[in-house]
Design a protein around this ligand. Structure first.
Ligand SMILES: C[S@@+](CC[C@H](N)C(=O)[O-])C[C@H]1O[C@@H](n2cnc3c(N)ncnc32)[C@H](O)[C@@H]1O
Length: 274
């Protein structure tokens, strides 16, 4: 991918930076890794679409519940595709509560996000950030950030949370998922959350707009469209549900948690590596 945005340029004095999806997400989660431009943007969004904050928290609750589930199964290494910034109860922090030596590779295609994430994780043993497009699955799996951090001969938990709807081409998305799946040892986990047509219309409309340089219009898919992605896996728990509600035990962040139409599923790899 193209050269990284230099980490030293990330800060309040960087006037050129547009709002950034990962930093806006961090702000909505109550994090501190965001700039004035992100906070202003989050306020604009909240004015037209109250509840964005709860949606982000619901989204994070899904990842946390999945990581807890996998840790309880003994999984201690994780690959997060489309990771954003590793702040506010992110995968390595959550996993290391159960497995202090847990290893994690984060992948993101946004160069500012990657530079920022690497700065945050500087000196953190066993955690790497790869700058890549998750659609380039073979390239991701061959990267030193994956090979040197994760042992693919043992179970890995793969999170594709809120990212695969940015792969617009159905065949390419299915091919990428297959490449990841075939690299996984039996007992590995795959968690997917994806925007569906169940989104509240105003949220869908907002998502398809161009936001200060973001071109992240999602490709909506229904659980049935994604069923082939789960070949070679067995679905765990409740199956496809509103992601914030996955094993929520009543702990759902707000009545609007389903408004994003973000549905999630968790599955366990049952066949040998391809
Ligand atoms: C909504 S955020 C979700 C972040 C994270 N998964 C979480 O749950 O907090 C989506 C992230 O995916 C990244 N992204 C979008 N499309 C991508 C792609 N094709 N390859 C890699 N990263 C991508 C964006 O840059 C952004 O940081």
């Amino acid at each position: 991918m193209d050269d990284l945005y230099p980490a030293e340029k990330i800060g309040e004095d960087d006037e050129e930076t547009p709002p950034n999806m990962a930093r806006v997400f961090d702000f909505n989660l109550g994090g501190t890794e965001n700039l004035e431009v992100d906070r202003e943007f989050a306020a604009e969004v909240d004015a037209v679409m109250p509840g964005m904050n709860a949606l982000c928290r619901g989204h994070r609750r899904f990842s946390a519940a999945v990581v807890d589930h996998w840790c309880a199964e003994g999984i201690d290494q994780f690959l997060e595709l489309g990771s954003g910034l590793p702040t506010v109860d992110h995968v390595h922090t959550r996993a290391r509560r159960a497995h202090p030596g847990a290893r994690v590779t984060y992948v993101d295609r946004d160069r500012r996000t990657v530079a920022h994430a690497r700065r945050l994780l500087d000196g953190e043993e066993g955690v790497a950030v790869l700058h890549a497009d998750v659609g380039d699955a073979a390239e991701v799996l061959a990267a030193p950030e994956v090979r040197d951090v994760l042992d693919l001969s043992r179970p890995v938990g793969v999170l594709a949370v809120g990212v695969l709807h940015y792969l617009h081409d159905d065949a390419a998305a299915a091919r990428a998922v297959r490449v990841y799946a075939d690299a996984l040892a039996p007992g590995s986990g795959l968690a997917v959350s994806h925007l569906t047509s169940r989104a509240r219309p105003d949220i869908h409309e907002w998502a398809t707009m161009n936001h200060g340089g973001w071109s992240y219009a999602p490709r909506l898919r229904e659980p049935g469209d994604m069923a082939p992605w789960l070949e070679g896996f067995t679905v765990v728990g409740p199956g496809w549900v509103s992601a914030p509600h996955w094993r929520a035990d009543g702990e759902v962040p707000g009545p609007d948690a389903t408004a994003s139409g973000l549905w999630g599923v968790v599955a366990r790899r049952v066949v040998a590596r391809g």
